[in-house]
Design a binder for this molecule. Structure first.
Ligand SMILES: CCCCCCCCCCCCCC(=O)SCCNC(=O)CCNC(=O)[C@H](O)C(C)(C)COP(=O)(O)OP(=O)(O)OC[C@H]1O[C@@H](n2cnc3c(N)ncnc32)[C@H](O)[C@@H]1OP(=O)(O)O
Length: 227
């Protein structure tokens, strides 16, 4: 069903961003997963290339994406707390290893730091009603897109306090969608955001949402998270 984007696309990502991969300080480097893999459809690859081309002038930036929350920490910190050799919990969106089966996505951040766009392909493990993506999967996509925007605005940890979604049209399994989020207001610790989920041609508005994120002190994982 899925067509590979090939090594050329992966090379274009590295070249287009002009960024070196994270410096390896130990044997286990986090793998950036916001790049094409064999599970990406032709439509997903095409849109990804379009967004990369748009990012070439510096107006947008692709955000690397990792398998675990801890992968985002500098490796020196990971080594200090001894997590490099203990995989631990996964980020929800990266919990499926089979390429193309779950969420395949890449998030782009606008240079203003107040807007994010998530290009996402919703795989067959995300089915709700036959042939359509589960509403919870759409909510997850929205939460992560607005959450990333809130993180960029706050430059600190944030938590979802409120998320209100209007589901306007069902999203077919395998569809490639764009979730477009922006900050609406920022009042102290409160960040208000909006989000629209559309098809890539912008013909169909699948969902619209508003969200409130609250800036918090760095969250400490509960004991179960260290198992
Ligand atoms: C590590 C990096 C990983 C990267 C991952 C990439 C993906 C990233 C994306 C991740 C995305 C995934 C993200 C996730 O999945 S986050 C996980 C889902 N969310 C939660 O579990 C949050 C649970 N709730 C809480 O922890 C607390 O209630 C929070 C922290 C939210 C606020 O408790 P806190 O004690 O801190 O705040 P406060 O009580 O002093 O209130 C402060 C102000 O806020 C106003 N207020 C509060 N709540 C609400 C409400 N519900 N509606 C309206 N207003 C509300 C309140 O009136 C007050 O306003 P004002 O009186 O000042 O005007």
């Amino acid at each position: 069903m899925w067509r590979s984007c090939g090594a050329g696309a992966r090379a274009a990502v590295a070249h287009g961003l002009g960024r070196a991969p994270p410096t390896a300080l130990c044997s286990v480097s986090p793998q950036d997963l916001a790049v094409p893999n064999t599970g990406w459809s032709a439509a997903m690859c095409e849109q990804f290339q379009r967004l990369l081309r748009r990012a070439a002038d510096g107006s947008w930036r692709r955000i690397p994406s990792y398998r675990r929350g801890l992968d985002y920490l500098p490796e020196v910190v990971q080594m200090a707390v001894g997590v490099v050799t203990r995989p631990g919990p996964r980020l929800f969106l990266r919990s499926v290893d089979e390429e193309g089966a779950g969420f395949e996505y890449a998030i782009f951040l606008h240079a203003s730091g107040h807007r994010t766009q998530c290009l996402c392909q919703l795989g067959p493990y995300l089915e709700g009603h036959h042939g359509f993506a589960h509403g919870g999967a759409i909510a997850t996509l929205i939460d992560s897109t607005v959450g990333t925007c809130a993180l960029a605005v706050a430059k600190a940890s944030v938590m979802t306090a409120k998320l209100s979604i209007s589901y306007l049209a069902p999203v077919p399994v395998g569809a490639v969608v764009v979730a477009d989020s922006r900050m609406e207001r920022h009042e102290g610790r409160k960040i208000f955001l909006s989000c629209h989920v559309r098809d890539t041609k912008r013909d169909t508005l699948y969902a619209e949402a508003t969200a409130l994120f609250i800036q918090v002190e760095d969250t400490k994982p509960p004991p179960a998270a260290s198992l």
